[in-house]
Each structure stands twice: as structure tokens, then as C-alpha cells.
Design a protein around this ligand. Structure first.
Ligand code: BF8
Ligand code: SF4
Length: 506
């Protein structure tokens, strides 16, 4: 029976309209004299902070939080694998000409564990009564973006590839239709691979042929790219996965897991199991993974629980959603082919569609990208890759699925390789990063990383950028001066299309 207190995502969206002041980044709650809300240009908070200071501090905190998640992902992997942070990592990965720019600007992050200091310094700098120079705060934001890119995205992807192998190109299945009512369905949701991999291996053992492992969010995207495990959902449809009534266990780790899943799973026979010591959810079963041996044991026990739950499941379940075919599993090796396509003018440029699917943003972006694919190749990661797949666009010809959000390092690497091949800087190439529907802080830090690489970055939903403040000017002018990139907001897909058709890329 559905519990009364449970509301679906749509209801909660309607019951929680975004605060118009927060949406413009005009509020600050960094101290207890506030929260302070600014209503018009010229207003200041109790401490005298103006809108530039408040808005830039907010952005810095968003990017620091995003970077903490990606670098935390890498740290958890290192701990699990018993490895140490590599030496000179950024020096080894970043284009040489960019390192001189970053060094000159004082933006070269400290490496090894000390890069966490950059994140903690970002929090310190944006604390009440510390940094009130919005330009300096925004420069720190770019620096934390660099930390995110290398010590988060690059390092996580590299460690995953080393341990579990690189993905290979294959046909995959997506959408809620991959849930099979006649089978024992286990959903794995979250981001880090350690537990998901152990669970995948367990489900492949003899005796588990009737177990259907399906993925959700970035863990799902990784399993799909690496092994062809079907991907049921991105962030938006995670509740729908359980609502099918056909999920026997949903196992989660960190990031983008809605707490609403507890109430929802209680409405069915589903067990919700949390597996990361960092991410307990009240009401869920907690089975923390600490090392390889216990990952195996937890995986075994989860499969057992799913088999028991299956016996309790209603027998009349139908899934009213078709599975969709997609070509998946691309990696950096497509750089050569894309470079050739650019050289021979088969494509005008490359657009990376990255990041979240914010349910406050409509589906119109998909048809715009489809129209643009006549002229441009598309690289796709994270929840937006799922969206492109859901609408049948992941064909491996114009749209390339590159995996999870940490796999945006593959996008950065493809940009780097193509620029090198053409003896140009990244910024001189016709590249664009488009995040049409950011939801999580991580999406913004990825954007700032690409801006530091010299790529223009589009956001399709207001992030912490106040368009009435000097921030926009900073992001367009100062980024333009030093990195030859810009960060811009365009929430209207049609205008985005027209501007792009008019101006082109690069
Ligand atoms: O890291 S795209 S909603 S699932 S944050 Fe989250 Fe955004 Fe989805 Fe993966 Ni990425
Ligand atoms: Fe208000 Fe300043 Fe405190 Fe922010 S730091 S809440 S603007 S008084």
C-alpha cells in the first residue's frame, strides 16, 4: 500500500518552487546575522557584502562541494586499492602551455593530499568576513575547477580503467524497459565502482542466471560502458525504478541518491541498502563496504536478499516502458577519427553534452541537439547521455556515449589530443561543453574545469551566477582574457540554437 506521506518527484517539485532570490544567487547564509537577502542592485547584507561578493562566494562553495565529491571518489578508490596519490599528476596530464598560464596566474593546485587544502581554503575564503574581492574569489573558483578536473575526474577514470579495464564499444539497452518482471531485479545506484563491480561479478556466478542487474545514474553508466549492463534510469527516474514494483533490491553508494527512495521502497517489497560509510539513509539497511573481501560478502548477501524478496513480489507486474538500443562504450581512442572528420570538414565542431538532467528543465534540448548533429559530433556523459539515449540518439555515429560524469576526463582528453594533432591550443578548436540542465554541484565544477582548459561552457539553468552582477562580466571577460573561454547561461534552447548557427564554434 502506498504510504500517505509519499509524494512523487513531480509533486515535490510543484510544492517547492525555487526561491527567486536564491535562484539569482542573491542570498547568503554564511553567518548567523543573516540569512541576508538582496532584492535590488546596490543592496548589501548585514556585514556589508554586496551582490558580487555574495554571488561569487556562493559559486566558489558550489564548485568546492562538487570538487570534494569527485576528489572524494578518487580518494575512496585509492584507499580501496591500497594505492597512494600519484606524484606530479597535473604536470603529467595537462597541456604544457596551459600549465604555464596556470602557474603565472597562481592557479596551479597543490598536488597529492594537499589538493584537498584547495577545497578547504575555498570554504575558508568564502566564510563570513574573509575574502570580499569577487574577482579573487572567482579566480579561486577556476582553480578549484582544475583540482576537480585532474584530481577528481582524471584520476578516478584512470584508476577505474586500470583496475576494471577500459570500456569497449558495444550495443547496450537503456530505459525503464530493461527491468524484467519475470526476473530477480537488482538495481545499483550511485557513483563509485568498488561495490558495483563486486555485485556485477556476483550476479555472473552460476546459479544467478535469473538475476537481472540494472544500473541507475553514473554507476549505471559505468557498468553499461564497461560490461553492457542495462541502464534503467538517470537521476530523474530513480523513483520510477522502484515504482515499477519489480525491484527486489536497490543498492546505493554515494551522490545523487534521493532520500525519498526509503519511503518509496517501503511502499513495495523492495529493500533499499546503503553501502558507503559516508552515506547512510535513515530507514535503509546499512551494509558498509570497507575492503574487497567485505565487498564480495555484501554482494553475496544482497543477491540472497533479492532472491528472498522476489518470492514476496506481486506476480502481476507490467513495465509500461520500452527498452531502447544504444551504442555505448567509447573512450579517448575516438579522438583520431573525430580529428579526421574535422579536417575533412565532415563536422564543423564537437559539442560535449554533459551533466545532470534537472527535472525543472524540459526535453526541448534534445531536439535542438538532434538538429545540430547535422553539423556537429556529440560526446555525451552522465545523466544527459541517458537522456540522449532515451530519445534514441546514441548511435555511435554522431552521438558518442563516453560514460559517467567522472569520465568527462575522456572528453577533456579527446579535446587535448585533437588540438595537439592540429598543432593548436584547445581554445582554438571548435569545441563546446553544454550542460543544459545542471542539478548537482558537481556539474558546475566540471564546467569550471572545462573553462580553465579554454573551452566555452554553456549552462542551461541558472547556477550561482547572478546576471545582474559583475560576475557575468568577469566570467566572460576575465575568462576570455586568460583562458580564451567563457561561461554563459542560456536557458532557451531555441536561442541557443540560433546563436550557435549564427556564430559557430571556436
Ligand atoms: O555524477 S549527471 S545528477 S548522476 S551529478 Fe548526478 Fe548530475 Fe546525474 Fe552522476 Ni553527474
Ligand atoms: Fe549576511 Fe554577511 Fe552573514 Fe552573509 S556573511 S549572512 S551577507 S551578514
Amino acid at each position: 500500500m502506498v504510504k500517505e506521506k509519499f509524494e512523487k518527484l513531480r509533486d515535490r517539485l510543484n510544492n517547492n518552487p525555487p526561491c527567486p532570490i536564491g535562484l539569482k544567487s542573491m542570498c547568503c547564509k554564511h553567518c548567523m546575522m543573516g540569512p541576508c537577502r538582496l532584492f535590488k542592485p546596490g543592496d548589501v547584507g548585514v556585514c556589508g557584502a554586496n551582490q558580487d561578493v555574495i554571488s561569487s562566494r556562493n559559486l566558489l562553495r558550489v564548485v568546492a562541494a562538487g570538487a570534494s565529491a569527485h576528489t572524494g571518489h578518487a580518494l575512496h578508490l585509492l584507499d580501496f586499492l591500497g594505492k597512494k596519490f600519484p606524484d606530479n599528476y597535473i604536470e603529467n596530464k595537462a597541456p604544457k602551455y596551459l600549465m604555464s598560464v596556470w602557474k603565472k596566474l597562481g592557479m596551479m593546485p597543490k598536488v597529492k593530499y594537499e589538493h584537498f587544502k584547495e577545497i578547504s581554503e575555498a570554504l575558508h575564503a568564502s566564510t563570513m568576513g574573509v575574502n570580499a574581492d569577487y574577482q579573487d574569489i572567482l579566480a579561486r573558483t577556476v582553480k578549484v575547477g582544475i583540482v576537480d578536473g585532474y584530481l577528481g575526474l582524471y584520476l578516478s577514470t584512470e584508476l577505474e580503467d586500470e583496475k576494471y579495464g577500459k570500456p569497449t564499444v558495444k550495443k547496450g539497452k537503456m530505459n525503464l524497459g530493461v527491468i524484467k518482471p519475470e526476473m530477480i531485479n537488482i538495481a545499483v545506484h550511485g557513483h563509485e565502482p568498488m561495490f558495483a563491480e563486486a555485485l556485477y561479478q556476483e550476479t555472473k556466478k552460476p546459479g544467478n542466471e535469473n538475476v537481472n542487474l540494472i544500473g541507475v545514474c553514473c554507476t549505471g553508466a559505468s557498468l553499461l560502458a564497461r560490461y553492457g549492463v542495462p541502464l534503467a534510469s538517470n537521476v530523474v527516474f530513480q523513483e520510477e525504478v522502484i515504482s515499477t514494483g519489480a525491484i527486489d533490491v536497490m543498492a546505493v553508494d554515494v551522490q545523487c541518491v534521493f532520500p525519498s527512495l526509503v519511503d518509496l521502497s517501503e511502499c513495495f517489497h523492495t529493500s533499499l541498502i546503503t553501502t558507503n560509510p559516508l552515506a547512510k539513509i535513515e530507514g535503509a539497511i546499512h551494509m558498509p563496504i570497507t575492503d574487497k573481501d567485505n565487498a564480495k560478502k555484501v554482494a553475496e548477501s544482497i543477491v540472497k536478499t533479492a532472491k528472498n524478496n522476489f518470492k514476496k513480489r506481486r506476480k502481476d507486474i507490467q513495465i509500461n516502458c520500452k527498452e531502447v538500443d544504444a551504442v555505448v562504450g567509447f573512450d579517448e581512442s575516438i579522438a583520431d577519427d573525430l580529428s579526421e572528420q574535422l579536417r575533412t570538414k565532415k563536422i564543423k565542431g564537437i559539442i560535449a553534452v554533459i551533466g545532470c538532467k534537472n527535472p525543472r528543465v524540459g526535453d526541448e534540448w534534445i531536439s535542438i541537439y538532434k538538429k545540430l548533429s547535422k553539423d556537429y559530433a556529440f560526446l555525451a556523459t552522465g545523466c544527459m547521455a541517458f537522456e540522449l539515449g532515451r530519445f534514441g540518439l546514441l548511435d555511435g555515429k554522431r552521438f558518442f556515449h563516453l560514460g559517467s560524469c567522472v569520465n568527462n576526463s575522456r572528453v577533456a582528453e579527446i579535446f587535448k589530443i585533437i588540438a595537439e594533432k592540429n598543432k593548436k591550443k584547445i581554445t582554438d578548436m571548435p569545441f563546446l561543453v553544454s550542460a543544459p540542465a545542471p542539478l548537482a554541484e558537481k556539474c558546475v565544477s566540471i564546467g569550471l574545469f572545462f573553462a580553465a582548459l579554454g573551452v566555452d561552457v554553456h549552462f542551461g539553468y541558472p547556477i550561482e551566477i547572478n546576471l545582474d552582477s559583475n560576475m557575468k562580466t568577469f566570467l566572460s571577460d576575465v575568462l576570455k582574457t586568460h583562458f580564451h573561454s567563457k561561461v554563459f547561461l542560456e536557458t532557451n534552447p531555441k536561442l541557443f540554437y540560433h546563436d550557435l548557427m549564427k556564430a559557430g564554434l571556436g
